[in-house]
Design a binder for this molecule. Sequence first.
Ligand code: DC
Length: 232
Amino acid sequence: MQNERKLIIAIDGFASSGKSTLAKALADALGYVFIDTGAMYRGVAYFVSMHGLYAADSIHEEALIQRLDEINLLFGAPNAGNDRPLLLNGVDISEAIRSSEISALVSLIAVIPEVRTKLVDLQRQMGQHGGIVMDGRDIGTVVFPQADLKIFVTADIDIRAQRRYIEMRKSSPEITLASVKSNLASRDEIDTKRTTSPLKQAEDAVLFDTGLLTRETQLEKALSLVKALMAQ
Ligand code: DC
């Protein structure tokens, strides 16, 4: 399917629902570029943490907004397949943005409209020529409402917590399953209730429950949706 129409594919869904895994596999299968927009919000959170722009649970919003121009986020050349490092002002922060500190900060940053405007502009530039699978929370609703294919990914919170726990234990051995689940629940709450671009399923999105489908089935299902679009 590589030489045909270059589609824009939007994959949105809850934290740790498996959307990045599906998005990456789909991009690999189609020879498309994969963009993890959650990593971009995490990149801004990393900047906030690096410059001490927060105290306790509150972000120094005005200071951050004034310094947004200092944040230059870019995905570098791929290491393997579609695994591209996230660079903040030229420095690879791909590992650092997965820490529990950044996971706790990021939802607070993602509610700031100026941050969203900056990242949405950047995401639109990245996807303007198609041939892209972009995952996030608002890709099908705000970034690319005209996307060719929209998939909304969900899974039971216990399944998502277990997945994230296994992933985070590598970098934070002290982490507990209960704390991971509570972080996910609070992010779900903030992500779905915020006024700017809340997480919600686009009307024309296809729903995937990754707790009920194997990775192989998800990919097959997504590829058959792409095939049907190509045949139109
Ligand atoms: O997908 P993730 O867990 O790495 O995303 C990190 C945070 O960024 C998440 O709490 C919500 C936010 N986010 C967003 O608001 N909009 C996006 N398009 C992607 C992520």
